[in-house]
Design a protein around this ligand. Structure first.
Ligand code: SAH
Length: 501
């Protein structure tokens, strides 16, 4: 039996890709290793969205080199976006790498790995560059990777990502994703639904649909067009499924039809990640985002009018090419005005192969980027706290995800002890709630009385009456503004779905 170690950085797509690669290899007799030192193959599933993510992988490759020197039979693989972007460059920087496989070629991993083990030398398998041919030709070279799932390979068996589409055609000036993940290609609705049903049969209760711009989903067949709202209607009808989420949304594709579906379908979470990226029209234009702040505000108003307690979250880039103090100011104001539930804030990182890299100088000095990052983070923390406080004193339905980060780190609660751990879960609006309860509740939906709130999480106690309740009526109880509010120092940090700045 052979053992695999896989390290995954980056977005949800990568988490899903790693799950699928591991599942495919398990079917061929591979098992997961406890550490790289015990592994016969070490894979890095990589991200190219910022330089920092690539640097981390190259330094990990530097460390694995020593292991490879001790054990020349060790197979080292670089998968995903950096493989597609750097191609041969990966091996010229790290010649001890045996496998370089882009995100559109992951189905080839088992065969390529066998090839390396059989002695056929380094293997590189990537898709075509976007300029290499017609859209159809390039799209064909990025194959959707949707093999059978393996519940044991998910971080939690009761939650799963389901891909709605691969690639991206938005071409924001800063973003490398259209280059490394190829043209946008929708999966057929029937395949998405079949996968969801299978996951539910395996015990999955929450499904998160993922696409670069998931709300641009569009599938035409026999004169009928299916959009995201239609997919949500069909998924909502799947027995045994409790929660449906979807990320990431493009502001211009937030249609009234989609908003109505989110409002009306009981299983769909009232949580919408709709990155604004910036608060200044001039910068949005340089970013080629395709909307103005006026249009974003109009979309936000339609959304919150339909679903007043919806949790809206955003991404922001600070220090984009040419950003002045005057241009940065409206980003701060936007966060203060719209009070996003939370935002992922990134310092601009120039990416080869993007329009900004070719045509706009990265001219905001690093200390300025840092200062703006800090200022925006502070504004967002205040907004997050203000958004959480009104929930103090309310009862919330929480899907219990696992042991809280605090107790995960603390010695003693892990393993066989009888101590009651602190658990962590999420409300229908994606708010994190921590509370002490037996670990057997992980994977269940419980009622929690919220007692305190911080910017990143709320804390509470298991409601006495409904522990383990599983009623499917999930409308989040609206906050009661007259209840007293206790501020709590950060008890937990939100998941960093997009990695660190
Ligand atoms: N389409 C997906 C993935 C984009 S990457 C989505 O919208 O979530 C996730 C976030 O990273 C983007 O929203 C953006 O805020 C940030 N990002 C993308 N390219 C970047 C760059 N070159 N520098 C800094 N941040 C970037």
């Amino acid at each position: 039996m052979r053992r695999l170690w896989i390290d995954t950085v980056g977005c949800q797509m990568n988490v899903l890709d790693s799950e699928l690669v591991v599942a495919a290899l398990r079917r061929r007799g591979w098992q997961l290793a406890g550490s790289p030192a015990e592994a016969d193959a070490v894979f890095y599933n990589t991200c190219s969205v910022r330089q920092h993510a690539e640097d981390k992988v190259y330094s990990a490759l530097g460390r694995v080199r020593q292991e490879k020197e001790k054990r020349p039979g060790l197979v080292v693989g670089v998968l995903g976006c950096m493989a597609q972007k750097d191609q041969q460059l990966v091996r010229s920087r790290a010649p001890w790498v045996d496998l370089v496989v882009g995100p559109g070629q992951l189905h080839r991993v088992p065969a390529l790995l066998e090839g390396v083990l059989a002695g056929s030398g380094p293997q590189i398998e990537v898709s075509l560059d976007r300029s290499a041919g017609s859209r159809e030709l390039v799209a064909e070279s990025f194959e959707s990777y949707d093999p059978d799932r393996d519940a044991a390979m998910r971080p939690t068996p009761f939650q799963a990502f389901v891909r709605t589409q691969t690639g991206c055609d938005k071409f924001c000036a800063f973003c490398v994703v259209p280059r490394v993940r190829g043209p946008e290609q929708a999966r057929p609705p029937a395949a998405i639904l079949a996968e969801a049903r299978k996951l539910v049969d395996e015990g999955c209760r929450e499904i998160t649909l993922i696409g670069q711009t998931v709300n641009s989903y569009r599938w035409s067949d026999g004169g009928r067009t299916t959009r995201l709202a239609d997919l949500l209607v069909d998924l909502d009808a799947v027995d045994g499924l409790d929660r449906i989420r979807f990320v990431t949304n493009y502001p211009r594709d937030m249609t009234d039809g989609l908003i109505a579906a989110v409002r009306d379908l009981p299983k769909v979470c009232h949580y919408l990640h709709v990155p604004a990226q910036h608060g200044s029209d001039a910068v949005l234009k340089r970013m080629k985002r395709g909307y103005t702040i006026g249009e974003y505000l109009e979309m936000h108003a339609r959304l919150t009018e339909a679903i007043p307690h919806a949790a809206v979250t955003s991404d922001f880039i600070v220090g984009f090419c040419g950003e002045t103090d005057e241009e940065f100011e409206p980003t701060l104001e936007l966060v203060e005005r719209l009070k996003f539930k939370n935002s992922f804030i990134f310092k601009y990182s120039p990416r080869p192969g993007t329009k900004a890299f070719d045509r706009q100088p990265d001219d905001v000095p690093e200390p300025v980027k840092k200062a703006r990052h800090k200022a925006l983070l502070e504004a967002q923390s205040a907004a997050s706290l203000a958004g959480n406080l009104p929930f103090v004193g309310t009862r919330q339905r929480v899907l219990v995800e696992g042991i809280s980060r605090r107790d995960e780190k603390r010695a003693g609660v892990d393993g066989e002890t009888d101590e009651i751990p602190q658990l962590s879960g999420r409300t229908m609006c994606d708010r994190i709630v921590v509370f002490d309860a037996p670990r057997r509740l992980v994977g269940r939906i419980v009622d929690v009385d919220v007692l305190a709130a911080g910017p990143w999480a709320m804390s509470g106690v298991l409601a006495e009456t409904a522990a383990g309740g599983t009623s499917p009526s999930f409308a989040e109880a609206g906050p009661d503004p007259v209840l007293h509010a206790i501020s709590l120092s950060a008890v937990d940090r939100p998941g960093r779905e997009h990695g660190d700045a």
